[in-house]
Design a binder for this molecule. Structure first.
Ligand SMILES: [Zn+2]
Length: 173
């Protein structure tokens, strides 16, 4: 089921999200809805607060090469347990901040530990777009958006654009 995606600014996007105690069938269904919503958007990552659920859950799939099979990942309580000193810069966007992009510098590689859909702990090292995406999505669980990396003027400009977009959408609804 495709869920509506919250648009910045929204207090639910600024919340510190609650950890998950156990992976229940309801949370499995929520993860499935999040993947449907992410692929439909289309996007490469989505965090639960973006659909108004302030729990520590993210989904991602950065497999963009034509001809490659999709690789949907579901992460409950994801944690970065190691970051490289090497940094890399990507032009980031966000489904909660449509059509706005900016360069953000982050560690180029990260080791992440999370609970999978099967309730088991998993660990993997990510690089390239996967590393950027997983860091961006984990930031959402801590109420942080990619525009928080930008200077105040740029951030305010984007926020004003989003307020205008929300007013326009509210009028059309
Ligand atoms: Zn985002």
């Amino acid at each position: 089921m495709i869920r509506p995606i919250l648009i910045h600014p929204d207090p639910r996007l600024k919340k510190l999200c609650e950890p998950i105690a156990a992976v229940t069938p309801e949370l499995g269904k929520l993860a499935e809805d999040m993947l449907d919503t992410m692929y439909d958007a289309p996007g490469i990552g989505l965090a639960a607060p973006q659909i108004g659920v302030t729990r520590r859950l993210i989904v991602l799939d950065c497999e963009k090469e034509p001809g490659h099979a999709p690789r949907p990942l579901v992460m409950f309580n994801p944690e970065i347990i190691w970051s490289s000193e090497d940094l890399s810069t990507y032009e980031e966007g966000c489904l909660s901040i449509p059509d706005q992009y900016a360069e953000v510098e982050r560690p180029a590689e990260v080791q992440v530990r999370w609970l999978g859909l099967d309730g088991k702990l998993q660990e993997e090292q990510f690089s390239g777009l996967w590393a950027t995406c997983v860091q961006h999505e984990i930031d959402h669980l801590n109420g942080k958006l990619f525009i928080d990396f930008l200077g105040p003027l740029k951030r305010q400009m984007i926020t004003r654009r989003m307020e205008k977009l929300k007013r326009e959408r509210a009028r059309q609804a």
